[in-house]
Design a protein around this ligand. Structure first.
Ligand code: ZN
Length: 157
């Protein structure tokens, strides 16, 4: 188990140091701001769609390593997925980080690298750090003004 924990920590640190898909998006179809006041994490997530498929997703943000790594992992996970697939991932990750489902046995499961986030379930104050990117992504997807350039806001408080 400790090997696994070390692997997960290295995934988090790696994504925090070299985040994927970081940067504001021009001409996004939807975006949302999210913040986690408990920790001071802030994120903005942008989405672009082709029909039902998320063709591009980016984020910018500040905050702790877990919040930023989680955002990086989230963008990697949902790019190219349908809205329904992204919603399903949201539910799976949300359950996992809250410890409602057992952590994946390894990183080869359906959640792939997202399994690295499972470690936070042992640290309740970190759950919101890990789930912020997902709440923000979902807020952007659910934003009825998507396409109108308005900003949805979400707070995990
Ligand atoms: Zn945090």
């Amino acid at each position: 188990m400790s090997d696994l924990t070390e692997l997960y920590q290295s995934v988090i640190l790696d994504h925090n140091r070299r985040p994927q898909n970081k940067g504001a998006m021009e001409q996004a179809d939807a975006h949302a701001d999210g913040r986690n006041p408990l920790c001071g994490d802030q994120l903005t997530v942008w989405l672009r769609f082709d029909g039902d498929v998320i063709t591009d997703v980016t984020f910018v943000g500040t905050g702790c390593a877990i919040s930023q790594a989680s955002a990086s992992l989230m963008t990697q996970a949902i790019k190219g997925k349908t809205r329904a697939e992204a919603e399903s991932m949201f539910t799976q990750v949300h359950d996992m980080v809250r410890g409602h489902t057992p952590p994946p046995a390894d990183a080869r499961g359906p959640l792939g690298a997202l399994a690295a986030l499972s470690g936070v379930s042992r640290f309740p104050v970190r759950v919101k750090c890990a789930s912020l990117a997902w709440h923000t992504m979902k807020a952007a997807m659910d934003d009825p003004s998507a396409g109108a350039g308005q900003v949805a806001s979400v707070s995990t408080e």
